[in-house]
Design a protein around this ligand. Structure first.
Ligand code: SF4
Ligand code: MG
Length: 341
């Protein structure tokens, strides 16, 4: 498949400064060596607990922040070496939708101004006289009434506001939309509507999504592939059905065991893997495999040797796991997990 966006060994470390002299005493390793390709028109779900670096990753892909190391390429072109002119084009082709539709829209701007704002920055995309009509088309596209163009954000519900955020995100006809927890702030019933809208837009516009979420069940429906992050690294990456049916990384297995089983006949036939302890600080990640302090499968080697994200044992080539002892495991089965501390 054609690669549209690619991350190579992306790293983002934030200095921790202390004292009157603001001396750097350490670094928060928010993203610490992440690589993947995003294919044209696909949805890549990125999942992980808060603090795993998934939002920082989204901001790095958009170049809202500069990486400490590594690179992002869009259609084969390296972001970091781009001229001012190319950077403008890249900023048009990669857009973002933020989590919170309540705070990400300026309350003093009309919906028309909010959605049309990108045209001010990229004035060449839509001629000035055609902007109002284009905004109305966008409102219609996201399922809102085009006649409401002069209303203010507070006159809309949460779900409608996220539709406004999406309309703004697609205003410039981008090729990639970074979606940073776009439905996390919404009621469950509204979540499904927004996810359905996003799928419709993807099919109509050929968009590729990086869909960031902390909830595996939200990502499943929309994703073609899923990446699971833990403490700034990718633990597992693969096709959606592979990762959900045959997760190979113990962390993914634990996350999936906590997702409620919709089929009542399977309830109780599955052991829940309860992870002990908190996620360690990203300022001081554990040596070796950074999951080893919480992993029930950990061996001696795990605390000294960091596993690479690579194809494992009998898995598909496209199914990658960063675990020395990765093995596919059906989540819905009875297994002995008495080894958990
Ligand atoms: Fe667990 Fe070791 Fe695999 Fe890390 S490498 S996930 S500690 S078994
Ligand atoms: Mg899809």
């Amino acid at each position: 498949p054609e690669v549209v966006l690619s991350a190579q060994n992306l790293v983002k470390h934030y200095p921790i400064k202390r004292g009157v002299l603001r001396r750097t005493v350490g670094h928060v390793k928010a993203v610490d060596g992440v690589s993947f390709d995003l294919h044209k028109g696909e949805t890549l779900g990125i999942v992980g607990e808060s603090g795993c670096g998934k939002s920082t990753l989204g901001r790095l892909l958009m170049r809202l922040e500069e990486p400490t190391a590594g690179s992002v390429t869009f259609e084969g072109q390296d972001w970091s070496g781009a001229s001012a002119r190319d950077t403008r084009r890249l900023r048009r082709d990669i857009q973002i939708v933020f989590q919170d539709p309540y705070t990400s829209l300026n309350p003093r701007m009309t919906v028309g101004d909010i959605i049309g704002e990108p045209f001010e920055i990229h004035a060449d995309v839509v001629p000035k006289g055609g902007r109002r009509q284009r905004v109305q088309e966008l409102l219609d596209l996201v399922g809102l009434n085009p006649e409401h163009i002069n209303r203010y954000p507070h006159q809309f519900s949460g779900g409608q506001r996220q539709r406004i955020g999406i309309a703004r995100g697609i205003a410039l006809n981008p090729k990639v939309l970074i979606c940073d927890e776009p439905v996390s702030a919404l009621d469950v019933s509204v979540q499904a509507q927004v996810v359905n809208l996003m799928e419709k837009l993807q099919d109509e516009l050929g968009l590729a999504y990086v869909f960031i979420a902390h909830d595996l069940s939200v990502v499943r429906h929309i994703s073609d592939r899923v990446g699971v992050m833990y403490l700034g690294r990718m633990a597992e990456l693969g096709e959606e059905d592979e990762v959900y049916a045959r997760p190979t990384h113990p962390y993914t297995q634990a996350l999936l065991s906590a997702v409620p089983v919709p089929d009542p006949t399977l309830r109780g036939k599955r052991d829940q893997i309860v992870l002990v302890g908190d996620v360690p600080s990203p300022a001081n990640p554990p040596s070796g495999c950074r999951f080893h302090t919480r992993c029930w499968k950990a061996q001696d080697v795990c605390s000294t040797l960091e596993p690479e994200l690579e194809p494992r044992a009998d898995g598909h080539g496209e199914h990658l796991s960063a675990c020395h002892f990765a093995e596919p495991r059906l989540v819905v089965e009875t297994v002995d997990v008495t080894g958990i501390e």
